[in-house]
Ligand binder design. Structure first.
Ligand SMILES: [Zn+2]
Length: 163
């Protein structure tokens, strides 16, 4: 396993639409292991494959105190409610901003064995699912801002989630 360098804006891979995974083989298993290790080493709570230079629809999420979640070809099935949250991104280091996210989402995808998983999420998990699936579509949270002036510098003591 290895930690993979995280791509940062304006790397063009962050703007590509990632491809669906057609078969879950050993290379996908290895990618997921490396993404989980990379996410933890960067103190992130989520990571999408394009952030490590792989244009495939694979995400990992690691909410503190919970088991990591890896989803292949994930989709948001339903969004419910709206709330304003602080959000940062490992690919836009040093900043965070307030963005609108759903209060609850329903999502589905495949786990690393190819089994379909359906989940209902709120709080940080819902936010991370929306953020990571956006990455697979080439969307970054700054796209939701009216101006880059809304970005705020991250303080050393800040606790904004990095995804
Ligand atoms: Zn991100």
């Amino acid at each position: 396993m290895a930690i993979i360098p995280i791509r940062t804006m304006p790397d063009p891979i962050l703007r590509q639409k990632a491809r669906r995974v057609k078969s879950i083989d050993k290379s996908i298993d290895k990618l997921i292991d490396e993404m989980i290790e990379t996410m933890h080493s960067a103190s992130g709570v989520g990571l999408a494959a394009p952030q490590v230079g792989v244009p495939l629809r694979v995400i990992v999420i690691g909410i503190p105190e919970e088991e990591e979640l890896a989803l292949i070809n994930p989709q948001i099935v339903r969004r419910m409610g709206e709330r304003l949250v602080n959000e940062g991104c490992l690919s836009i280091p040093g900043y965070f901003a307030q963005v609108h996210r759903a209060e609850q989402v329903r999502a589905k995808g495949l786990d690393r064995t190819g089994k379909e998983i359906r989940l209902r999420a709120d709080d940080l998990l819902a936010q991370a699912l929306e953020h990571e699936i956006d990455h697979l579509n080439g969307v970054l949270y700054v796209d939701y801002l009216e101006s880059m002036d809304e970005l705020q510098p991250v303080e050393p003591t800040s606790t904004e989630p990095l995804v």
